[in-house]
Ligand binder design. Sequence first.
Ligand code: NAD
Length: 289
Amino acid sequence: MNIDGKLTAQTLRDKLAIEVAEFKSRYKIQPSLTVIIVGDDPASHIYVKNKVKQTQEIGMISNEIKLPIETTENHLLSLLEQLNNDDSVHGILVQLPLPKHIDESAIISAINPDKDVDGFHAMNSGRLFNGEPGALVPCTPQGCVLLAKQHLGKDLSGLHAVVIGRSNIVGKPVAMLLLQENCTVTITHSKTKNLPELCKQADILVAAVGIAKLVKADWVKEGATVIDVGINRITTNEGATKLVGDVDYVEAFEKCGAITPVPGGVGPMTIACLLKNTLAAAKNSLQSR
Ligand code: NAD
């Protein structure tokens, strides 16, 4: 079966809209997200537009700061310092990638971890690693686990999860989240030997690679839950461009128990989880009042 990410994301946004309204009426504070975008990469501008729109739709404040491509690292750092110290700003997101002359890791490190709604700050990775409460967890991995639960129910314990990919933004955090859910987790990557054999053991298979249709049907165990994070642009025989995942969806669909489509699977969940993190950051801010 197909796991509908659009519908699951809509359900999450509806739930968050209610929670935001309750938060506002109880504390007289409107949760707010500030998104900074540097340069004019068209794809980044589309992502930011969607983030801003969805933030406002559930009743939160969204501020967008657009900066020219020649913005210096120092300018960005001083802007972050200002936003870190502004109590009316609960979530801060710097849209990646940044222009080459700006050191991304220096920028991520400069965001107040309690406002770091992307969850990329080392403090948040550490909190996730240690299983500490209050971690702001990267959005796409959160979305992956929610989609797996959508099909399998709340209890994932004992299931074997195989994650393909070990990036800091998807592979590693999704592996940590699945471990917290008491899965037995195998992390695989570009140097892994016998990848198809390992994948075939997975009850939950998460593909976060960036290679179109890498995962074939014969890598998938009968009845497995497949979460496809990959977003790959391919040109069809007719010359049109099309988005496909890291899994050969058509082939794998017959074999697996459930699979997320691309587009319409993990993608919509990423923004919904960003909104969830923004509300969590607003709640966290109450502790420092
Ligand atoms: P990345 O390039 O940082 O990491 C890719 C990982 O794949 C690496 O850890 C690498 O070891 C592994 N890998 C590469 N070739 C491999 C191979 N042949 N076999 C096994 N492993 C291999 O990418 P990322 O940022 O983690 O993103 C992965 C994919 O997910 C991309 O397609 C990206 O566009 C997509 N993505 C989607 C969302 C979303 O919201 N849906 C969010 C983030 C990333």
